[in-house]
Design a protein around this ligand. Structure first.
Ligand SMILES: Nc1ncnc2c1ncn2[C@@H]1O[C@H](COP(=O)(O)OP(=O)(O)OP(=O)(O)O)[C@@H](O)[C@H]1O
Length: 738
């Protein structure tokens, strides 16, 4: 009996569930003993590569594999499963080799019908587009591209390409790392940076050496090979690799950059930025898994809302079922929680000791901590109660709320004297002494009425929890967590950051933050260093969009273009170098003359997508209609029902299967769908009127950025198709063309 190592690639063909089971059984047997008679592992006559084998999965189906001699036992590279005759042809024309420039292992299929798969090379016979006089766009010669490691044919075609579409098409059909390198080069990324991103600056072996089974096996260990191939360690992993559809690839195949950020130890806090769909959440989940296995201890995985935390928890369970997700604080394992729920849990766990922290933050020990204030109503009553010597613009809920969260709570101000002295950089509006006094009167009134009602607001809860944890640490208690992982960092408010800082001691691997300033749809920009989170020199960016097609990404980036975005490190956020390796249909822009026509257009579109979903076995809840507000959400549900289309409205609860969903753009944050319809994108609905921000120009421009971001977030929820409808006048935030 001779056990064998198994290496699997991303699936090239889609398997039915029966065939998947048979393939699993075949591969399980192969790893136990490759000489089992039932496997029929056989070489193929007239094959390009003597290592190629086929194996018997069922009467009708054969697996195509490569056999390599490993140091102690054989290794098999599983290519895929085909009908008997197709498998023979595929086996004959497949070749396993290492890249002569960097030693990365690659499989090439020559003269085989191109499949819509990541690592299938276009046949030579389809060859060069007719010579055209249009200028080439890449700016590299064939020889330069070959020196970079691109295959000869790909290099020649790329050097001749005259449009981005041509490059995208070549990239889609190339060996995966080569396609990604090509996209980066075509976007102007310097070759040495592309090499570093893909780990090619660290070749496996000296280039140009002899290709042996040993060098091929080593080449599969290279980060660029791991984009596409994985070593299967045990049967659980085998099951996951076989059962994964497209949606599950993130669990197994990471981009070299993603892998680096998921696994590398950091000397302090770390910030990972990246546009929508670049896999920030995927990195966080892998990092949680890696920390749990490598370092152990108490790990926090947190995000903006409880709904998103639920998604993180589910994702971690899928990725790492063996990692303990603890339901309680103070325990080893991963604690997954929305940031506000975490603040509440800290307050609850503190018992009577929380009162000191309440006093530190709010100036009084008494008053409830369990209920949450309705802030809008509370500010309005506080303004009314405090009298009107405050200039009108400063009476706005938006101003008061921001002043409270950005100045008063972070500085733990509890009296007028403190407020008169405090510096308020970045607030965009100067206040003289009289104005500060008037504002403070409103704050006092706000605090008094919440105290009487026995409630605190969410920001107060975070600030109190932080003050409590800081005081515990000062008296020698351990911080609550060893490692803190934060998703959707761009939307956290200053009190949230106080809380994050207070959760883990400053040191290696303490706080890891994923954020995208382009997706800030709540609050205002802040910088991390003011909360003691130092990420200078430990800040990196992901640029490859795994979610959306190039067409949707391009459209979404044009929504953002006129805005100036700054990240949590106060750097201007570039939007030009994001790219997708996948093409698809153009974004559909559907102007309508009236609401009635818009509803009819939406109904027709959802009907079409529902039919397509049925044909391709996709769940109906992968179709979403996103709207600006709840009013429109309800209007769409009713309007579509009247036209015979059933859709489900989603509010706080999670998505239930069985029907297309309708939700607000805010609710869709962090989610993704196959098809997305943005409904009601008219001039009167987005951007919103900014009367509440009229106290400061910078607030108005910030609010406008948030509106752009909201549209960007909504558009980038779509994986494959995006359609936008409006009645009468279109939103000025929409790019002029798709
Ligand atoms: N290495 C990968 N292989 C395959 N799919 C991936 C990979 N990384 C990410 N994805 C997929 O891309 C999509 C987006 O990933 P993810 O949600 O982590 O991105 P994000 O940057 O957090 O997005 P957003 O900021 O828009 O919420 C998901 O469907 C995820 O499964």
């Amino acid at each position: 009996m001779s056990p064998s190592t198994l290496i699997m690639g991303k699936p090239i063909t889609k398997l039915t569930s029966d065939l998947r089971k048979q393939t699993y059984a075949f591969l399980e047997k192969l790893t136990e003993d490759d000489s089992s008679p039932g496997l029929h592992i056989e070489p193929i006559k007239n094959s390009r590569d003597s290592r190629v084998r086929t194996g018997r999965v069922s009467l009708q189906y054969r697996a195509v594999l490569f056999r390599l001699d490993g140091p102690t036992h054989p290794a098999y590279v599983f290519v895929g499963v085909w009908n008997h005759d197709d498998a023979i042809v595929r086996a004959q024309k497949s070749e396993l080799t290492v890249n002569p420039v960097n030693g990365v292992s690659e499989i090439h299929f020559l003269d085989v019908d191109p499949q819509p798969a990541v690592d299938v090379k276009k046949p030579l016979v389809e060859a060069a587009p007719a010579r055209s006089s249009a200028p080439t766009i890449l700016g590299y010669t064939t020889a330069e591209l070959r020196d970079f490691g691109l295959d000869g044919d790909l290099a020649a075609r790329a050097a001749r390409a005259t449009s981005d579409d041509e490059i995208l098409d070549l990239a889609e059909h190339a060996v995966e790392w080569q396609g990604l390198a090509l996209l980066d080069l075509s976007a102007g990324t310097p070759p040495e940076v592309v090499r570093e991103k893909l780990g090619l600056d660290r070749p496996v072996d000296a280039p140009g050496g002899e290709v042996t089974d040993t060098t091929i096996l080593r080449g599969f260990e290279h980060p660029a090979a791991k984009l596409t191939y994985t070593f299967i360690e045990d049967n659980d992993e085998l099951r996951r690799a076989i059962e994964q559809e497209d949606f599950g690839a993130w669990r197994v195949f990471l981009h070299p950059e993603q892998r680096r950020y998921a696994t590398q130890a950091t000397s302090g806090s770390f910030r990972l930025t990246g546009g929508a769909g670049t896999g920030k959440t995927v990195v966080l989940l892998h990092r949680a898994d890696d920390l749990a296995h490598r370092r152990g201890g108490r790990i926090l995985l947190t995000t903006f809302t409880t709904n998103l935390a639920g998604e993180l928890s589910r994702g971690l369970r899928q990725l790492a079922p063996d990692v303990t997700q603890t339901p309680a604080l103070h325990q080893e394992g991963v604690f997954v929680s929305g940031i506000d729920a975490l603040a509440s849990a800290v307050i609850k766990s503190a018992g009577g000791r929380i009162l000191g922290a309440r006093k530190t933050v709010l100036g009084a020990e008494d008053g409830g901590l369990g209920r949450r204030t309705n802030t809008v109503e509370a500010w309005q009553s506080a303004v009314a109660a405090a009298g009107t010597d405050l200039p009108l613009p400063l009476q706005s809920v938006a101003f008061l709320d921001a002043e409270y969260a950005e100045v008063i709570l972070p500085h733990r101000l509890i009296d007028l004297a403190g407020y008169l002295k405090v510096r308020r950089p970045g607030r965009g509006v100067r206040l003289n002494r009289g104005e500060r006094t008037a504002v403070w009167r409103v704050i006092e009134s706000y605090r008094l009425s919440s105290r009487a009602a026995g409630s605190i607001d969410f920001r107060e809860a975070a600030a109190i929890a932080a003050a409590y944890l800081d005081s515990e640490a000062e008296t020698g208690h351990r911080r609550l967590f060893d490692h803190v992982l934060v998703d959707e960092g761009q939307d956290l408010s200053p009190p949230h950051w106080l809380l994050i800082r207070s959760l883990a001691a400053v040191g290696p691997d303490d706080v890891f933050i994923a954020e995208d300033s382009h997706q800030r749809i709540y609050g205002r920009r802040i910088t991390l260093k003011q909360f003691g989170i130092a990420v200078v020199g430990r800040s990196r960016r992901l640029t490859l969009n795994y979610r959306t097609t190039a067409e949707i990404l391009d459209f979404a980036m044009r929504v953002l273009e006129p805005g100036a975005y700054r990240d949590l490190d106060d750097e201007i956020e570039k939007s030009s170098d994001y790219r997708s390796a996948r093409g698809g249909p153009a974004v559909g822009l559907r102007p309508c003359a009236s609401l009635t026509e818009e509803l009819a257009t939406a109904a027709e579109q959802v009907r079409t997508w529902t039919t397509e979903a049925g044909l391709s076995d996709q769940p109906l809840e992968s179709i979403a209609i996103l709207v600006r507000d709840q009013y429109n959400r309800d209007r769409v549900v009713t309007g579509l029902a009247e036209r015979g289309v059933t859709v489900r409205s989603i509010d706080r609860e999670g998505t239930v299967g069985g029907a297309p969903v309708v939700m607000t753009m805010h609710r869709a944050k962090g989610m993704e769908f196959r098809d997305v319809l943005l409904f009601g994108i008219g001039a009167d609905s987005i951007p919103r009127g900014f009367s509440e921000y009229e106290y400061s120009e910078s607030e108005v421009s910030d609010a406008l950025l948030r509106e752009r971001s909201l549209l960007y977030v909504a558009a980038t929820r779509a994986r494959d198709q995006l359609v936008i409808t409006w009645a009468k006048q279109s939103s000025p935030l929409l790019p002029a063309s798709a």
